[in-house]
Design a protein around this ligand. Structure first.
Ligand code: 13P
Ligand code: SF4
Length: 349
């Protein structure tokens, strides 16, 4: 088995030899052993924009999860190839909305609401879902621009269908002043709309999906922390449940969390509700602040963690040796429609 030093040397070697022909974007949730080699690190919005703007690299080795690599492939030129160092790096949230379920749901929703709905999808979704949304005049959103995109959608239609993360959808709509009574949940397993009250009042239809990492932050975690450390500020990602966001001091995207801690006064105390690789990195980068995870038993995102040093070294060497593996290539028709949804977001980002 190769040592860490050997693997790091191999990654460094390929990067040096390939120069600007190679581009390595890395999501903030990646392991330290990988993110140290990223040319740029960012949240999903920043990485989507950087991929769209990079016209030089022949090979983009995406250190993140599958849907992010698909987005990079859709936004880059056909001659640029995108690779994912481990194909098992998926996203459980993206897997919660498949295209057949979505088309069935749409048909039923059209029967219920005619043509009064716009579909929006969190970028954490498959290319096929983005294509469905693009074809139906909708757009993608990320956690950094969700409020702007939902507001825009309401200038176009009376209602929205928000895929696949019910929590980001609910938190965003709530912040825009839409009462919870005007939100319904679409359950793709039973293929039905779940709501209380009157159907005509429904403004937001939330797909019943969630992030298995952020759902692990609970109301009990908040109560316990408030009891033990009442002076601690709590900041969480909007993929957390509504009740958790409501009890926290602040909520926002990965970027918002990073910037808030960066600008916080020395000596301040923070409990963070987001992915653990990122929280650990924030802790290391701010020794002057007292920072913990909101959930003491929190783990990193397991699929983000599939990208490790051995896979990265193997993937880079296979590209350099012209025997590439793990190419992410979105079908051209799907890519064309998905790009419409992404472009509608990027124009407004
Ligand atoms: P952002 O990068 O948009 O904050 O999304 C968080 C996430 O869960 C990525 O998988
Ligand atoms: Fe998917 Fe959640 Fe992991 Fe992000 S953190 S990749 S949304 S499972």
């Amino acid at each position: 088995q190769a040592s860490t030093e050997d693997l790091e040397q191999r990654v460094r070697g390929v990067k040096e030899r390939m120069g600007s022909r190679l581009y390595l974007p890395g999501h903030h949730y990646q392991k330290d052993e990988v993110i140290q080699f990223a040319d740029d690190r960012g949240d999903s919005l920043k990485l989507a924009q950087l991929s769209a703007d990079n016209h030089q690299a022949e090979a983009i080795v995406f250190c993140g999860v599958h849907f992010m690599a698909e987005t990079a492939d859709i936004l880059t030129k056909p001659e640029q190839k995108v690779y994912l160092p481990d194909m098992r790096a998926g996203c459980s949230m993206a897997d919660m909305a498949n295209i057949d379920q979505t088309e069935q749901a749409w048909q039923k929703l059209m029967e219920l609401f005619d043509d009064t709905i716009m579909p929006l999808t969190y970028v954490n979704s498959t290319a096929a879902i983005k294509a469905f949304v693009g074809k139906n005049n909708g757009a993608t959103v990320t956690s950094s621009n969700a409020e702007r995109m939902v507001s825009w959608a309401f200038t176009q239609k009376e209602r929205i269908l928000f895929l696949p993360d019910q929590h980001l959808g609910r938190n965003t709509a709530y912040n825009l002043g839409i009462p919870l009574e005007q939100m319904a949940v679409w359950d793709p397993i039973i293929n039905e709309l779940i709501y209380e009250g009157s159907i005509e009042d429904i403004k937001v239809i939330l797909w019943k999906g969630h992030c298995s990492v952020h759902e692990n932050f609970t109301v009990q975690n908040v109560h316990q922390l408030r009891e033990e450390s009442p002076d601690m500020n709590i900041i969480v990602h909007p993929e957390c449940r509504r009740e958790v966001v409501a009890l926290s001091d602040d909520a926002g995207s990965t970027n918002h969390i990073i910037n808030t801690i960066e600008n916080a006064p020395s000596g301040s105390s923070w409990a963070i509700g987001t992915e653990m690789n990122l929280v650990n990195r924030i802790i290391q980068e701010h020794p002057d602040k007292h920072i913990i995870s909101l959930n003491p038993n929190m783990c990193p995102c397991l699929t983000m963690n599939r990208i490790d040093l051995p896979h990265l070294a193997w993937c880079l060497e296979s590209i350099e040796n012209d025997e590439p593996h793990n190419v992410i290539e979105v079908d051209a028709n799907i890519a064309r429609d998905a790009k419409k949804a992404l472009d509608r977001m990027l124009e407004r980002a």
